[in-house]
Design a protein around this ligand. Structure first.
Ligand code: ACO
Length: 422
């Protein structure tokens, strides 16, 4: 059987055969037969915007791999920084490469004093840290104007290092500002996640040593959140990057996309939902209300996963390790009951709605003491390496400016009417 499709233009009977390659068909071939007829595909539901070798997702089978490595193996054996190296470079590092990479990242964690003192401190005291982060990432482009030279390999690489390194510092600075605590400088003697926890929680002690189990949990969560192919924020990164904007501006756009509750904001929305439900007894009536169209189950459903999100499985297990240190998050029982009720209900089963990665992450972060406003920030920190891997891949692909078409449904031409005559 030929691996191709044939399209016939019924207006003139002309046909074209298009080969199916790697599960896709070329839209350029389609355009040869019927130029000016656009694919109508809101939300890119059936559009592959690029070829990519960074991550592989099989939504029906619940499979996620970074550069071919199963997410379960990376979560168990790797570290976030090693995974970031893998995403950016395409291969796992040798011991020497890993050492060099960690050294580089560690020594770029500091942010310019003006970012903190002049810029971040200019925000209102109760500014949402994601709002601060979006703005601060964009502001970095003004501190590194050479970053515009995106086709110089050394300059490009330097910005990759800087962005991965500085995100936790910006994130922690945003939090400290919002609670009126002094900024904590990075401690280069600590591991990447332990340094972040130090910048978050350090008070008067000379050195903050995070509980190793909690630092490990953060590291695993960052591995799970590092990359997820053409999601909304990565698409934002690629779209803005396709205009050859500098990586800070592109990353700011990606961070803004992540802020939305349908995407990275879901972990915060999920905890708010669990608090609103309040007790296990209220779960069935809440689920009933969702089925009647009164809101959605936050942390449930996914554009790609139509089975249990493999990351959610890992997070569910990780929650036990964290709760052993912090004590159980009282919302866990409500979450488990909600999962049980939903997964036994035909509404959710027939629509293939399962817990996604955000269903349990908020519970862990909350138990560790992170305010809800920080949950999406905690997502943005590791996703930066995925965004940058795609940005780099896109520039190397000689990609086109992202510029979709539309189906125009507005007025036909009409004459302007003076304001007094309307
Ligand atoms: N609760 C209840 N019903 C839902 C949910 C949900 N969480 N998600 C989808 N549905 C229903 C829809 O109402 C729709 O039902 P219908 O066919 O009767 O109209 C059907 O399932 C399909 O939903 P769509 O919105 O078409 O699916 P889509 O792929 O566009 O949505 C999304 C994916 C946005 C993630 C959605 O499932 C959702 O809103 N989930 C809640 C928010 C969330 O958890 N987001 C995080 C995603 S993971 C991430 O970004 C890291």
């Amino acid at each position: 059987m030929p691996e191709s499709i044939t399209i016939t233009d019924n207006r003139n009977g002309e046909s074209i055969e298009i080969p199916i390659v790697d599960g896709g068909v070329s839209a350029a071939e389609w355009a040869k037969l019927i130029p000016g007829i656009w694919f109508y595909d809101p939300g890119f539901m059936t559009t592959a915007v690029t070829e990519s070798s960074i991550s592989y997702v099989d939504g029906d089978a619940g499979i996620l791999r970074y550069r071919g490595y199963p997410i379960e193996q990376l979560a168990e054996h790797s570290s976030y920084l090693e995974v970031a190296y893998l995403l950016i470079h395409g291969e796992l590092p040798t011991p020497a490469q890993l050492e060099g990479w960690i050294h580089e990242i560690t020594y770029h964690t500091f942010i310019h004093e003006n970012v903190r003192k002049r810029f971040l401190e200019g925000f209102h005291y109760d500014a949402h840290p994601m709002g601060l982060l979006v703005s601060a990432v964009a502001a970095l482009s003004t501190f590194y104007p050479e970053a515009k030279d995106i086709f110089d390999p050394d300059i490009r690489y330097k910005q990759v290092i800087r962005l991965i390194a500085k995100m936790p510092t910006l994130a922690a600075a945003a939090h400290r500002f919002s609670v009126g605590m002094p900024f904590v400088y990075p401690d280069n003697s600590l591991s990447f996640p332990a340094n972040f926890l130090s910048m978050m929680w350090k008070t008067a002690e000379p050195r903050f040593d995070a509980n190793p189990a909690l630092a490990h949990a953060v590291d695993v969560l960052w591995i799970l959140h590092a990359e997820h192919e053409q999601n909304c924020s990565t698409t934002a990164m690629r779209v803005v990057g396709s205009a050859h904007a500098d990586p800070y501006s592109s990353c700011a756009a990606a961070t803004a996309a992540l802020y939305g509750p349908l995407h990275g904001g879901a972990n915060e929305a999920c905890i708010r939902m669990l608090m609103e439900i309040g007790s296990m007894e209220n779960v069935p009536s809440f689920v009933q209300a969702v089925k009647e169209g009164k809101g959605r189950l936050q942390g449930f459903g996914h554009r790609v996963y139509k089975s249990y999100d493999p990351r959610a499985k890992i997070v569910r297990a990780l929650a036990e390790d964290v709760f052993a240190v912090t004590g159980k998050n009282p919302l866990l029982d409500i979450a488990l009951k909600l999962e049980e009720v939903a997964l036994a209900d035909d509404y959710f089963v027939s629509r293939k709605l399962y817990p996604n990665v955000d269903f349990f992450t908020g519970l862990i972060y909350q138990a560790m003491g992170f305010p809800m406003e920080m949950f999406t920030v905690l997502f943005a920190i590791p996703r930066t390496s995925g965004w940058l891997a795609h940005w780099t891949e896109m520039l190397d692909q000689d990609s086109k400016l992202a510029r979709p078409r539309q189906i125009y449904t507005g007025h036909a031409e009409r004459d302007y009417v003076a304001v007094g005559e309307r």
